[in-house]
Design a protein. Structure first.
Length: 405
């Protein structure tokens, strides 16, 4: 049974409790609590699975906040190092503020262990570390800020024991949650609850995994704590390991240069993008990808690392196979030449066996002509009518439009 089905059944059971808690019997309270715990546990497992799926989807789909931040940092570093107008403006502002001239900027990649994003090297051989903070709220004049990070989402990411409120909250959490026997009793945890001092030292402010026996056990996926099921932690770690390996291999792939364009593995998403203002550039990218697949320019790793690239390749060659069958051709070799543009009325010229030529028009996300918003763009419409369309428009509509304007 999937966790969603079980979740739904449990919710129905919960709805059957009409009495307030204070009027329930002990047996009814235990039953309500047990069902609630099942829902929480199933949702936790569901979130773990969904997070793994979303990690893969994010890699091929919409950029993550971290990826967007990396692009901003690259843009800033390149602007300064190549002396663009923006880079020169930043150098001048830096000189006014610190009395030093920038020699160059080095992008350090800003990992979790770093507390800065790039290093500013000065001409006097000194340097400064810089943390980049982005915001969706534009401020033309930032001189009014009392602190540089005033409008940022987060200014500190560290241990809570550095602040009195963090220490107070931790002690309250130990008292109300950790030291509560409910979890230990409910899941038959064969381990003693740590004392307040042990928990504060070994678990509360750990940036990594907890170190107390009780904390280590609860950090588990909890499957083994629920009705003695097998622990899934090793399986989860294995999945995560291969996801990381997939990311690493994907990021190693070099972009493909084709007709003045650069095709990357994430460009497969262009077949799902919908933005009228960028329709021309998206169409060009789609057509280049199709041509590269037919001409066998795409590296094999694209197909092994991305099911969407693989499926697109399969569908393209199934279409070509069907095309050859209809024309009675045995395909030995094939070449695709993009021919899109105002001068042509088709997108691709397909040359089969170095002799047979087929002209094809590509329409994205349309399986037949009826699905397309437009399938022909006729010039001189009067040639299709009994009388002149131009004269009719001039006599009946043009003067009316002029009076409105």
């Amino acid at each position: 049974m999937s966790y969603r089905l079980l979740d739904k059944r449990c919710k129905i059971s919960l709805n059957s409790f009409k009495l307030p808690r204070e009027l329930m019997t002990n047996e009814e309270r235990k039953r309500l609590k047990a069902i609630s715990e099942i829902i929480k546990l199933r949702k936790t497992v569901g979130r773990i699975i969904n997070n793994m799926i979303n990690t893969v989807v994010a890699a091929e789909g919409k950029p993550t906040p971290k990826q967007i931040e990396e692009q901003r940092i690259i843009f800033i570093c390149n602007s300064i190092n190549t002396n663009t107008p923006l880079g020169i403006d930043m150098k001048n502002s830096y000189r006014e503020l610190f009395g030093k001239d920038i020699s160059n900027v080095v992008n350090r990649g800003g990992g979790l262990s770093d507390h800065y994003d790039f290093v500013i090297n000065n001409t006097d051989n000194t340097s400064k570390r810089c943390e980049e903070k982005g915001t969706d709220t534009y401020h033309e004049d930032t001189s009014t800020f009392k602190k540089p990070w005033e409008n940022s989402v987060q200014i500190y990411n560290g241990s809570g024991d550095k602040f009195s409120i963090g220490r107070k909250y931790a002690k309250l959490w130990w008292e109300k949650v950790v030291n509560d026997m409910t979890i230990k009793t409910e899941y038959n945890v064969d381990c003693e609850i740590p004392t307040e001092e042990e928990w504060l030292t070994m678990d509360a402010f750990k940036n990594g995994n907890p170190t107390s026996p009780y904390g280590i056990l609860l950090k588990c996926c909890r499957a083994k704590l629920w009705k003695g099921e097998k622990c899934k932690c090793k399986e989860i770690k294995t999945i995560q390991k291969y996801i990381r390996k997939w990311h690493k291999n994907k990021n190693k792939l070099e972009p493909i240069a084709y007709r003045g364009d650069k095709i990357k593995i994430n460009d497969i998403n262009v077949f799902t993008y919908k933005n009228r203002s960028k329709n021309d550039s998206y169409n060009k990218k789609r057509e280049n990808i199709i041509a590269c697949i037919i001409n066998n320019i795409i590296p094999e790793q694209y197909y092994t690392l991305s099911p969407r690239w693989y499926n697109l390749k399969i569908e393209i060659f199934l279409f070509i196979e069907e095309l050859c069958k209809k024309k009675g051709i045995i395909c030995i070799n094939i070449e695709c030449i993009p021919k899109a543009g105002r001068r042509h009325h088709y997108d691709f010229k397909i040359i089969i066996n170095n002799s047979e030529e087929v002209m094809l028009e590509f329409k994205c996300n349309a399986s037949c002509v009826n699905d397309t918003p437009q399938f022909v763009s006729p010039m001189k419409p009067s040639q299709y009518l009994e009388s002149s369309y131009e004269k009719y428009y001039y006599n009946n509509y043009l003067t009316t439009l002029l009076t409105i304007i």
